[in-house]
Design a protein around this ligand. Structure first.
Ligand code: ADE
Length: 363
């Protein structure tokens, strides 16, 4: 992935990104961070790029033309790149946003200084506004470095252990569970027994419980964005395989249930507000009302995932039918996705990111 940082202080960026994990990734060639000095595009003999604000007030404003020149110089190499302006006026960076940005091939990060940048050049070029928190920094460089670090972790080949890139508890809006290493006892404090038991499912259950508990104690604000995710499948193996893949991209803690089983059809299900129900079905199964007759929502967000099974036509009718059924039963359908038959044409991670972003917007 290529980052282009437009800044008055390239040395600040270089110093940070060439160290540690990002530094190693740059050496390996999986990341490229190019800095562009906005001062090189000054239109004035003294090399200045700032001027007094119209209307008066304290501080200086960065002029439009040098910033435009710097952006244009990068756009020659990466014409389609998004231009992200680091500012406390943007939405605050989240783990899901970092994951979404990591899907770009090129990313331009624009760092402001002084009292800001002339609004007209922002209107002309900027595609995204991004803050790293509700405080004011002296410039955008530390923000750009934070964005590069958080985004890079999602780029394949950056983290030494690929697994850790795949899913962080924060993508589920939960904090991580506590970790321990040797010795078993340190200053009279023992490692919890369950971690020494060798029972993998007990360890997973303990970790999930600790994550929830910790989030409630330390970051209750995150908990309202945490959803327990369930995938309900119907219409055979293709639907359940696709449903499981989609579910794993949405949450680390989800479960799949097959509504091809009579027992579940009969017993039904009462969902809660902070559940997410993913209905992964073939179009044929979607039109069979009785399967989901006893499934009820309580303002529960739902995703319809249509898994095409070749013979069946009328996919959009099936989805519309399912949508109206779910809405009658108390669900809020937040997304309707069609999965092409070919595994190649599928972008399940992309769909999952957009579902997680929609969930964040619900609260
Ligand atoms: N520039 C100044 N303050 C900032 C912040 N909080 N986030 C991103 N860029 C900034």
């Amino acid at each position: 992935m290529n980052f282009y940082v437009l800044t008055l202080f390239p040395e600040l960026i270089d110093g940070i990104v060439n160290t540690s994990i990002t530094g190693r990734a740059i050496k390996k060639g999986v990341l490229r961070v190019s800095t562009v000095n906005i001062r090189d595009f000054s239109t004035r003999r003294d090399g200045r790029v700032d001027d007094y604000p119209y209307g008066g007030g304290a501080g200086m404003v960065m002029e439009a033309e040098p910033v435009a020149g710097a952006i244009a110089s990068v756009k020659e190499k990466a014409p389609g790149a998004r231009v992200v302006y680091l500012t406390p006026q943007g939405p605050v960076l989240t783990q899901t946003k970092a994951e979404e940005l990591a899907r770009e091939k090129d990313l331009v990060l624009l760092c402001g200084h002084y009292e800001g940048i002339d609004e007209r050049v922002l209107d002309e070029y900027v595609t995204d506004y991004l803050s790293i928190g509700d405080y004011v920094l002296t410039g955008g460089e530390l923000g750009a470095a934070v964005v590069i670090d958080a985004v890079s972790r999602f780029v394949p080949g950056v983290l030494p252990n690929e697994d850790s890139a795949r899913f962080e508890s924060l993508q589920d809006n939960l904090l991580e569970y506590p970790q321990y290493t040797r010795p078993v006892e340190w200053r009279g404090r023992k490692v919890p027994d369950v971690l020494l038991s060798g029972d993998h499912s007990a360890v997973s259950a303990w970790r999930a419980e600790q994550s929830l508990k910790r989030t409630g104690e330390r970051r209750p604000d995150l908990l309202k964005n945490h959803y327990r995710v369930f995938c309900l499948t119907a219409g055979g193996d293709k639907a359940s395989a696709a449903g499981a893949e989609f579910l794993n991209a949405v949450s680390r803690l989800g479960e799949v249930f097959s509504f091809d089983r009579r027992k579940l059809i009969k017993s039904g299900w009462q969902f809660k507000k902070n559940d997410l129900a993913i209905f992964a079905c073939s179009p044929g199964a979607m039109t069979e009302d009785e399967r989901f007759q006893k499934v009820k929502g309580n303002g529960t967000p739902a995703v319809i995932l249509l898994v095409s099974d070749q013979e069946t036509a009328g996919e959009s009718e099936a989805a519309a039918h399912m949508r109206s059924l779910l809405e009658q039963k108390g669900f809020r359908v937040i997304a309707e996705e069609m999965l092409p038959d070919e595994t190649e044409g599928r972008d399940i991670p992309g769909m999952a990111i957009s579902v997680r972003e929609k969930l964040l917007q619900l609260s």
